[in-house]
Design a protein around this ligand. Structure first.
Ligand code: GDP
Ligand code: MG
Length: 161
């Protein structure tokens, strides 16, 4: 079906999660990784880098006309980021819930942004907002050979698919 044709079906769905420069500075990388591991998702890609301007401008292409866009790019390139790909059942929509509202003032306690941030310009983490967005972002940030296809031994305990 269409999801399978798009390369995403059931337990193989993937999303891009990034710890932004403020999250790295605040030593939140381990905590954020732990939240996704504990939820039952599988880490299939991870790297730390200084985000190139060219990649950031593609990543945030939809926001290029926004007044905050120049500051957003400046902030995202101000220090290293940790970029990850997580895989599992419904990972795109579930990870958006785990991350919380874009504006930390609206993000519920228990979400990453709700627990660790105050202001929209420093909201610690990025998560893809749709299946199509996830595929586009994964291709943008990762080469194929940087993504690990591996079987986790607890697979049947976290997902029946
Ligand atoms: P997200 O998908 O929840 O990250 O939100 P968006 O895709 O709408 O925006 C991308 C990022 O731009 C957000 O995570 C914020 O860091 C930043 N951003 C969005 N809206 C604003 C805003 O109104 N002001 C500022 N300063 N930053 C914003
Ligand atoms: Mg977004």
């Amino acid at each position: 079906h269409s999801r399978a044709a798009a390369g995403n079906s059931g337990a193989k769905e993937r999303t891009l999660i990034a710890v932004k420069p403020d999250g790295v500075q605040r030593r939140l990388v381990g905590h954020i990784v732990q939240r996704f591991e504990q939820k039952g998702f599988k880490l299939v890609g991870l790297k730390m880098l200084k985000a190139p301007e060219e990649v950031l401008s593609q990543h945030y292409h939809d926001l290029r006309k926004k007044p905050f866009y120049p500051l957003l790019l400046h902030y995202m390139s101000s220090g290293p980021v940790v970029i990850m790909v997580w895989e599992g059942h419904n990972v795109v929509s579930t990870s958006r819930k785990m991350v919380g509202d874009t504006n930390p003032a609206e993000a519920h306690p228990g979400t990453i942004r709700g627990d660790f941030s105050l202001h929209i310009s420093r909201n610690v983490v990025h998560a893809s907002d749709s299946l199509e967005g996830a595929q586009r972002e994964i291709q943008l940030w990762f080469n194929r050979n940087e993504l690990m296809d591996w079987d986790s031994c607890d697979q049947s305990n976290v997902s029946h698919v």
